[in-house]
Design a protein around this ligand. Structure first.
Ligand code: DGL
Length: 261
């Protein structure tokens, strides 16, 4: 099975890291669209255009059979359109794990960190409305403007990143939030900093493992035999921090190159 995965940059590699734990014997083509990063501060139309171009590129260049949109922001803006336009492709998206957080919280106070575009998007609003019937929970939503850039620069642990997160998280901590949803695939890369601020007992919800399981299941349904090694090929449209890639992806035989899409 040939699988395409994309995100605006390094964030989707947190999903690749989950995929490589359980998905075997395929080829994975990753696009880091760093030339157009961050997506979260762009309009839905701009994001949709990038998603369509990248999907066309992955189909034409690599003949992918499955696509993982390893980005909450891109999923919100484009998944419906991509599913309609590429009906024979398996398309798996990423959504903030609000449901598991609601089920898990003991204090009924949940924090959601995401990009402005994700929080504003209809998809997120629909999800929250649907879930409001399950249990009465107060959601503390925070658009983390500038955090993706810090992570792309490799500043996962810098004083500036710490301070940004502290400003966003302290009001949540003071309101007894015990569960935090990482609604952007970049944010697992600052999970340690989040825990330092919130305390180790805070539950952090990310969705990489659920996406990897879904990919394995849907590809096996289409005849994929989950055995052997997984080849990973990464292309980036703008600059990318190679050291960060090596920290996130375990596979040591990855190919990394620049591409124009
Ligand atoms: N990693 C992306 C997400 O999951 C967003 C990053 C960006 O704003 O470009 O939402």
């Amino acid at each position: 099975m040939k699988v395409g995965v994309f995100d605006s940059g390094l964030g989707g590699l947190t999903v690749v890291s989950s995929i490589e734990n359980i998905f075997k014997g395929g080829e994975l083509f990753y696009v880091a669209d760093t030339e157009y990063s961050p997506y979260g501060e762009k309009s839905a139309t701009e994001i949709l255009n990038r998603c369509e171009n990248i999907t066309n590129y992955l189909i034409k260049t690599h003949q992918i059979e499955a696509l993982v949109i390893a980005c909450n922001t891109a999923t919100s803006a484009a998944i419906t359109h991509l599913r309609t336009h590429f009906p024979s492709l398996i398309v798996i998206g990423t959504e903030p794990g609000v449901k598991p957080a609601i089920l898990k919280t003991q204090t009924s106070n949940v924090g959601v960190l995401a990009t402005p575009a994700t929080l504003k998007g209809d998809k997120y609003q629909l999800l929250v409305n649907e879930l409001s019937n399950i249990k009465k929970v107060t959601l503390y939503e925070q658009a983390c403007i500038g955090l993706v850039e810090q992570i792309e620069n490799g500043e996962t642990n810098s004083p500036k990143t710490f301070q940004m997160l502290e400003n966003w998280l302290l009001p949540m901590k003071n309101n007894n939030v015990d569960t935090i949803v990482l609604g952007c695939t970049h944010y697992p890369l600052v999970e340690d900093t989040i825990k330092k601020i919130m305390g180790n007992e805070t539950t952090i919800i990310s969705t990489g493992d659920a996406i990897a399981n879904r990919l394995k299941l849907l590809s096996q349904e289409k005849g994929h035999i989950n055995e052997g090694s997984l080849k990973i090929d990464i292309c980036h449209t703008g600059n990318i921090n190679h050291q960060m890639i090596k920290k996130i992806v375990k596979n040591k035989n990855i190919k990394i190159r620049k591409c124009t899409i």
